[in-house]
Design a binder for this molecule. Structure first.
Ligand SMILES: [Zn+2]
Length: 740
């Protein structure tokens, strides 16, 4: 069995240790030797040997190439012969234990050192099956062996694995050879892999901990901000960021100082140094000993320098000033389409932030710039450095595409879907398109909302997910049922541009407190811009309600609105599923067709001539009246029907009742209605009869009581002529009487 060992040809066994120590720096050569006792005795007693191989013959740490043999050094007596030989027996690999020159010899006291008692001084050679060739492996094995051998006490010399160690002057006083086992497979040392994992974990932990010593404070004196604007030679103000090299400017530090001889006269230059870094040199500042080292020089603010190097590499890294998170702005790539779009990522640790910097080749800054990081749909800028603002909102590609020259109309399938969702009501569709166009053009939050009504499958999901979401941006549109919406109220308002609240159930006319809480939140959501936001265990802060709303209800009578409501536009109920329309091209096909039309639809909205007068208004249509009527008492409805001349309502509410005289009463009431409909006046007597039949069946009220109820709802009763007779009554303008 052969092994490799470095042998020094300059070593002279006949000379003293002191002599040889000067000779053994050079002359090292690696030799292929056989593992047998005689050979080893000779090598350890007659030669200068090392388990390390060197690149040249020069024995230094930097010249280390590999380790072929481990060299244990037990010099302080803690490891005795018995212990070591016992250990050697248990090793599963070959080894040779021998004694050093000073084994069991008392060291002579020199230079005030104490006399050391005689003790065992032992050496071990352990040949390796293959060499350790990297510094990392070497360091690992060194740490592992120190950890294992010196577990209870410092048996082995801590320097035993130093790369320039060598052995000489050994003796055969102790000579214990093992040659019938394997060479040591060091990668398979028991416990090594666990040790390695623990080492790596500790290292990471250490890297995360801040070091004890205080960091130096960053000097921001004598710096300038690149968003400052300065006067240039042309007399105009220009932003420093936009200036070319060697531009003459008015010094931003002293330019307008009235103590200058000629205040306002150009006195400085903006330029770049040999490393491409911008600086300002001002002669006035230099003469007064101002600027860096009093030389009139000003450098770019470290924050601007950091941001510029980030932006040059097309990303940014900053701290959210309000919430404290580190955030990176990067070009995210869609794994499906490969499309690149700007977006933000919260960093999970400072380490991740450092990795992002390293990946982009930007050095760690002394501090991360702080920005207000809010969702502001109404602010069109992405980053405003001078206001320390970064907009969470990133416009969709549809909104960024340059407008075409030709006018654009409503595209076919998107138009059809909208028409179906709004149950074909032309007024509500026109009002909705006007409002949506204004939202896209001004990006201002809506103060009114649209309520969609209908059964499942009417296409509102299609409309929201396939039109509105991609148009505004998927990250800023939210579809929620009412329950979760109420529970995530603040964050929902703060972090969305548009929310569709499904399963809406709200009675705006109810006095019950459970209804009141929901109604109050919906009112705030729709109409209020500013929010006071409370976070769990943290200070409250003022947020902004960016969100516009759509509501949808499947059930009849789920939403009840008062007569004077100014928040809701109501689309009529749609009872038909969209896939049963004759134009329906199929589920996947409609998505493909709408997708193709989206850009066109966005152009249509962006160029739509908005009727500004109807923004913020709600339209009073039949669908809304139905919802409002739910809130009214029967009496209120009755009076409203008379006021509006709504004979259809009257007919619908004159219904036959069961019981004695039921049929007679029904016929009387119906005949009475037919009779009074003939004239544009109606008497108080007849009104009271109809009122009692419809509103107070079985418990009729007196004429005077009816008069009191009617006051405030109907005009005053005055003498009027009806069919030739003068009676107390009012004028009624019956709707559409000829058609009825
Ligand atoms: Zn100056």
């Amino acid at each position: 069995m052969n092994f490799k060992l470095s042998v020094c040809k300059n070593y002279d066994p006949t000379k003293t240790k002191a002599y040889n120590n000067n000779k053994v720096a050079y002359g090292w050569e690696v030799q292929d030797l056989s593992w047998n006792r005689n050979k080893l005795v000779k090598l350890t007693t007659q030669c200068g040997i090392s388990g390390n191989e060197f690149i040249t013959g020069h024995k230094t740490k930097d010249n280390w190439k590999a380790t072929h043999v481990l060299m244990y050094d037990f010099d302080n007596g803690l490891m005795t012969i018995d212990m070591l030989v016992d250990l050697q027996k248990r090793w599963t690999y070959n080894s040779y234990v021998f004694s050093s020159q000073n084994h069991q010899r008392q060291k002579i006291a020199t230079g005030g050192k104490k006399v050391e008692a005689a003790h065992d001084r032992l050496r071990v050679l352990i040949p390796l099956a293959y060499p350790i060739e990297t510094a990392a492996d070497h360091a690992l094995i060194e740490a592992f062996l120190l950890h294992t051998i010196n577990k209870d006490s410092e048996y082995i010399d801590k320097t035993f694995m130093h790369m320039h160690r060598y052995f000489a002057h050994g003796t055969a006083e102790v000579s214990s050879f093992v040659g019938n086992k394997e060479m040591l497979d060091w990668k398979m040392l028991p416990g090594l892999s666990t040790f390695k994992q623990k080492l790596e974990k500790d290292k990471e932990k250490k890297a995360n901990e801040t070091r004890g010593r205080k960091k130096k404070v960053v000097n921001i004196n004598n710096t300038f901000r690149i968003h400052w604007s300065v006067k240039t030679k042309s007399g105009k103000k220009q932003v420093l960021k936009d200036l070319k090299e060697k531009t003459e400017i008015l010094c931003p530090n002293c330019g307008d100082d009235p103590n200058r001889g000629t205040p306002g006269a150009i006195n400085a230059v903006f330029d770049f140094n040999e490393y491409g870094k911008a600086f300002i040199y001002c002669s006035s500042c230099e003469s007064r000993g101002a600027g860096v080292s009093g030389k009139g020089i000003y450098n770019m603010h470290p924050e601007d320098r950091f941001i510029q190097s980030c932006l040059e590499r097309d990303f940014i890294l900053f701290r959210d000033a309000e919430h404290g998170d580190l955030v990176s702005g990067v070009h995210k790539i869609d794994p499906m389409s490969g499309e690149r779009s700007w977006g933000y990522r919260k960093m999970y640790s400072v380490l991740q932030a450092y990795e992002v910097l390293a990946m982009n080749g930007v050095p760690k800054p002394d501090f991360f710039p702080h920005f207000n990081f809010d969702l502001r749909f109404d602010i069109k800028d992405t980053i405003t450095f001078e206001r320390q603002f970064i907009n969470k909102y990133v416009p969709s590609k549809y909104l960024q595409e340059p407008l075409p020259k030709k006018a654009v109309g409503m595209p076919k399938y998107i138009g059809k879907v909208l028409n179906h969702v709004m149950a074909g009501d032309p007024d509500i569709i026109k009002h909705y398109v006007n409002d949506l166009a204004d939202l896209i053009q001004t990006r201002r939050k809506r103060r009114t909302a649209f309520l969609l009504q209908g059964t499942e499958g009417t296409g509102k999901g299609l409309w929201f997910n396939r039109v509105l979401k991609p148009l505004i941006g998927r990250d800023y549109c939210n579809e929620m049922d009412q329950g979760p919406f109420i529970n995530n109220f603040n964050s929902s308002l703060e972090n969305n541009v548009l929310t569709l609240v499904n399963e809406c159930r709200a009675n705006f006319t109810s006095n019950r407190s459970a209804d009141g809480a929901i109604v109050e939140k919906i009112k705030i959501a729709v109409s209020d811009s500013d929010l006071e936001i409370e976070r769990k265990g943290k200070d409250r802060y003022n947020g902004k309600n960016n969100c516009s709303f759509m509501f949808a209800s499947n059930r009849l009578k789920a939403v009840v609105l008062p007569l004077g409501d100014r928040r809701f536009n109501v689309a009529p109920r749609q009872e038909n599923r969209i896939e049963f329309t004759d134009w329906w091209p199929g589920g996947n096909e409609i998505e493909r067709l709408m997708d193709k039309e989206l850009q066109e639809f966005t152009f249509f909205l962006r160029t739509y001539k908005v009727d500004k007068k109807s923004i913020g208004m709600v339209i009073q249509n039949r669908a809304k009246e139905i919802i409002q009527s739910l809130s009214m008492t029967n009496a209120e409805e009755f009076f409203l029907a008379i006021k509006n001349g709504d004979h259809v309502w009257m007919e619908e509410n004159i219904q036959e009742r069961s019981g004695y005289r039921g049929e007679d009463d029904f016929l009387d009431a119906r005949n009475l209605l037919t009779e009074v409909k003939k004239y544009d006046k109606i008497s108080k007597v007849n009104l009271c009869k109809l009122y009692n039949y419809i509103v107070h069946p079985g418990k009729p009220v007196t004429m005077s009581s009816f008069g009191k109820s009617a006051a405030g709802h109907l005009p005053e009763f005055k003498p009027v002529r009806i069919n030739g007779r003068v009676e107390r009554g009012i004028t009624v303008d019956w709707q559409d009487i000829s058609a009825a």
